[in-house]
Design a protein around this ligand. Structure first.
Ligand SMILES: Cc1cc2nc3c(=O)[nH]c(=O)nc-3n(C[C@H](O)[C@H](O)[C@H](O)COP(=O)(O)O)c2cc1C
Length: 368
């Protein structure tokens, strides 16, 4: 059996193969954050497709953390009923399924949350046209957000999901605390690395206390600055992950657009291999970015990934794991046409998001 289709323990659960669906925002939940028919159908389809691990879209942990329109929420107990029904339907297909938990921080949307965006500090981002400097969180507000994460975790567990992935990548609140550029605090939550890591560590510790031992807690990390993310250092972030491993995370997930990317700090080193050599050896590592075939997937595993996550290719190709298993070429490639996406059941809201989300240019839909 190829390693790609061999099982792997995550905490005390077993994923049946090393193929994961990368978390992807879909903007197709109900306006109040409850899981919609479209979001349920999408996640259930992924479970049917045969992935070992499915990670949901970035979901709001509270009413003040929302970063997208029609974003899935686990911010209050009303969300549990719909998620429980969904989780039961996903379980039939033997997937291990997680909800990604996100606080937008400076990127929370005031018109949706009703409050001004908050972050580790107030900072400017001149490269973003209409960026409004966030307000600085007080220590009490930080403690409340830590509780919000823990409560969200508990709801996900009550709904029967196998775990959560904390969204520490792509510039949201965890990154805003970790980055030297966006965390300008001079109290216990800012300054040296230990202090900039404190928020993430306290969230993991608080989450662990609220859920059963076998509940999976993963952490997604942008190890280096990319695009609008600044102030990140790969060695600092490896140290943070090793601390989080002590605090009880069950895996780490990189965030790259290419699984073969080199690190910007060490341009001759492949990031995945460098991470694997430095991260606590027992902590499973998820690699991601441009994996389009079993050859890519095996290569990513040779570089150091224990699991490979598929994003864009999972949208436009049903039953991707079967194609990988049989060594066959995927039928559909980006840029997808709208009719292909409609034919395989992608909702109008998700298609609109794919059309309009600027960082996802490679996903532009072909005009028809
Ligand atoms: C439509 C779309 C939405 C995304 N939303 C999220 C998200 O909610 N959370 C996250 O961590 N990454 C998100 N990403 C990044 C993916 O998880 C993944 O890292 C990236 O697409 C690279 O993998 P790929 O080359 O297989 O697409 C998103 C990507 C796409 C294409």
């Amino acid at each position: 059996m190829s390693k790609l289709f061999s099982p792997l323990p995550l905490n005390s659960k077993i994923i049946r193969n090393r193929l994961a669906v990368a978390p992807m925002t879909t903007q197709q939940s109900s306006p109040d954050g409850t899981v919609s028919i479209e979001e349920s159908a999408w996640l259930e389809r992924l479970a049917e497709d045969g992935y070992g691990l499915i990670i949901s879209c970035a979901s709001a942990i509270s009413s003040t953390s929302t970063a997208f329109h029609n974003q899935l929420s686990v911010g209050n107990d009303n969300m549990i009923v719909g998620l429980t029904q969904l989780s039961k339907r996903m379980k039939i297909h033997n997937s291990i399924h997680l909800i990604q938990l996100c606080h937008g921080g400076s990127r929370a949307i005031e018109s949706l949350t009703g409050v001004k965006p908050h972050s580790a500090s107030s900072y400017a981002m001149p490269m973003i046209a209409d960026f409004v400097p966030p307000e600085t969180l007080s220590v009490k507000q930080i403690e409340d957000i830590i509780s919000d994460f823990a409560n969200a975790c508990e709801r996900v567990s009550k709904a029967g999901f196998d775990g959560v992935e904390l969204h520490g990548a792509n510039g949201y609140l965890f990154t805003q605390f970790i980055s030297k550029m966006t965390n300008l605090r001079n109290d216990n939550y800012g300054g040296d690395l230990e202090n900039r890591a404190r928020f993430a560590r306290e969230v993991v510790q608080a989450c662990r206390k609220k859920v059963p031992k076998d509940f999976i807690i993963g952490f997604r990390m942008s190890f280096e600055s990319m695009g609008l993310e600044t102030g990140l250092d790969i060695d600092e972030n490896i140290q943070i992950i090793n601390w989080l491993a002590e605090d009880g995370i069950d895996y780490v997930h990189t965030s790259h657009m290419s699984y073969a990317a080199n690190t910007s700090k060490y341009p001759d080193k492949i990031a995945l291999s460098y991470l694997r050599s430095k991260i606590t050896s027992t902590l499973p590592l998820i690699g991601v970015g441009g994996i389009l075939s079993s050859v890519d997937a095996e290569k990513a595993m040779e570089y150091g990934a224990d699991i490979v996550a598929i994003g864009r290719a999972a949208i436009g190709n049903k039953q991707l794991p079967k194609y990988f298993k049989e060594g066959k070429t995927l039928p559909n490639h980006t840029p997808y046409s709208e009719s292909v996406l409609k034919e395989i059941g992608i909702s109008d809201n998700f298609i609109d998001y794919l059309k309009n989300a600027p960082p996802l240019a490679s996903l532009k839909i072909i005009a028809e």
